[in-house]
Design a protein around this ligand. Structure first.
Ligand SMILES: C[S@@+](CC[C@H](N)C(=O)[O-])C[C@H]1O[C@@H](n2cnc3c(N)ncnc32)[C@H](O)[C@@H]1O
Length: 238
């Protein structure tokens, strides 16, 4: 699938009237337990961002699947609270089926602490363009409204940490395939990492085959395992 979908083709169901669920993928955008704390556990801790962000003045994050922007908003807040002098954070994400602004704001309304940032961030959101950009003291976000399989390999980009956040691999296999995992590895700086909530064996093998050192670690709230990995200097493919 290479073309951006119109938002009206991107039907949503709402679980408990607050959690968006994609009809196309039959999966929710974030954990039914607490998506905000899941982002903290899986993506921020999974990539060890607490200490890595403090240690550097410029850091770059890539994400597969922008969805509601919950991961970005959670990271933005986390990074701002670290209050690192003169630091820069660059976040690049991909979204083939963008949600509308009203859907996103409804999905985020369960976290009052994110409201002000969300309204600011999505003020000029318009998925009719090729991409969306947002800049705010030290932070920069670009969301490409295209298939990550096509757009990522075209970009001159290297990131320090990946948030691999497609829908469940069984339902959204194109966001976890071997070629895309190779592109993710190629676009990762040395010592860069990835984290994902899934522990699916075939996804882990795709990431290993791409060149990452892969580990399974404890998952978030009731989930037994998730997967993390690193690009190390000994990797023959590096
Ligand atoms: C689990 S949701 C992401 C949740 C998101 N990170 C958040 O913070 O709300 C997965 C996302 O991947 C997107 N997606 C699925 N296939 C894609 C593709 N081939 N390229 C880019 N995005 C894709 C979906 O439309 C959906 O928004």
């Amino acid at each position: 699938m290479s073309e951006k979908m119109n938002t009206f083709e991107n039907a949503l169901d709402w679980v408990d009237d607050t959690i968006p669920k994609s009809v196309r993928f039959d999966d929710t955008y974030y954990s039914k337990t607490d998506g905000h704390s899941e982002t903290g556990h899986v993506f921020i801790q999974g990539n060890n961002l607490g200490s890595r962000l403090i240690d550097t003045s410029a850091f770059s994050v890539g994400e597969l699947g922008f969805g509601t922007g919950l991961n970005f908003l959670t990271l933005w807040r986390f990074w701002r609270e670290l209050d690192i002098k003169d630091s820069k954070l660059n976040f690049v994400s991909f979204e083939l089926y963008p949600l509308s602004k009203s859907e996103i704001l409804k999905a985020l309304s369960r976290w009052p602490e994110l409201q002000t940032d969300a309204e600011h961030l999505f003020k000029n959101w318009n998925p009719d363009f090729e991409f969306f950009q947002f800049k705010h003291t030290g932070i920069s976000l670009t969301v490409f409204f295209s298939d990550a399989n096509i757009r990522l390999p075209q970009l001159q980009l290297k990131v320090d940490a990946w948030f691999l956040d497609g829908f469940s691999p069984a339902k959204n296999p194109e966001l976890w395939n071997a070629d895309l995992m190779q592109a993710v590895f190629a676009k990762t700086n040395m010592d860069g990492t990835f984290a994902t909530y899934t522990s699916a064996g075939w996804v882990r093998r795709n990431l290993q085959a791409a060149g990452f050192h892969v580990e399974r670690v404890k998952g978030h709230a009731g989930k037994r395992q998730m997967t993390i990995g690193k690009k190390t200097p000994l990797d023959p493919l590096a």
